[in-house]
Design a binder for this molecule. Structure first.
Ligand code: HEM
Length: 149
């Protein structure tokens, strides 16, 4: 049983667990017939950056805001990708299947993680449609035991 008094980030297993998750996730994405074409320009740095982003969202170090351009840069990465609902749903499916294996077997932790993934992928898909202009999205979101903080 996971200690729910810990921060969500610590309960997930911190950066090491998020790295295992994201490495296992992209190993599947890059050979997935629905997702592989979307990630044609994938580089290993992508994995580092997703780990830094997720760490910040879940209450770990604020590295994305401090070093990688913050929320605005994260959204900008998805501009014009034209993510379809099929691609978004597949991304969610692969991520949740991988999280069930790689993250602690704790019902609330898995549920809250899944809610973030559902929420975050809807935003990514939405801003990826043609013609999107980003305003100021505000600070990076924080997600924990109670969902969006
Ligand atoms: C919670 C949801 C998501 C998170 C946290 C996330 C996170 C990120 C991050 C941190 C980057 C920047 C990587 C870098 O700097 O190299 C990125 C880029 C990218 N994301 Fe996402 N993403 C999400 C959803 C999606 C979805 C649903 C898709 C497509 C099905 C997608 C496709 C891409 C692609 C193709 C890039 C690379 C763009 C480029 O070539 O520069 N993302 N994402």
């Amino acid at each position: 049983m996971t200690d729910h008094d810990e921060t969500f980030y610590d309960a997930l297993g911190g950066e090491a667990a998020l790295r295992r998750l994201i490495e296992a996730f992209y190993a599947q994405v890059l050979v997935d017939p629905v997702l592989e074409p979307v990630f044609a320009h994938f580089t290993p740095t992508h994995i580092d950056h997703v780990v830094v982003w997720l760490s910040e969202v879940f209450g770990g170090p604020a590295g994305y805001t401090e070093r990688l351009g913050g929320h605005q840069a994260l959204l900008t990465s998805h501009l014009d990708l034209r993510i379809t609902e099929e691609q978004r749903a597949r991304w969610v499916e692969v991520m949740l299947r991988t999280a069930a294996k790689e993250l602690p077997d704790d019902e609330l932790l898995q549920r809250r993680f899944g809610e973030y993934i559902e929420w975050g992928t809807r935003i990514a898909a939405s801003v990826s449609q043609p013609g999107t202009t980003l305003g100021d999205p505000g600070p990076a979101p924080h997600w924990g035991w109670d969902g969006l903080a």
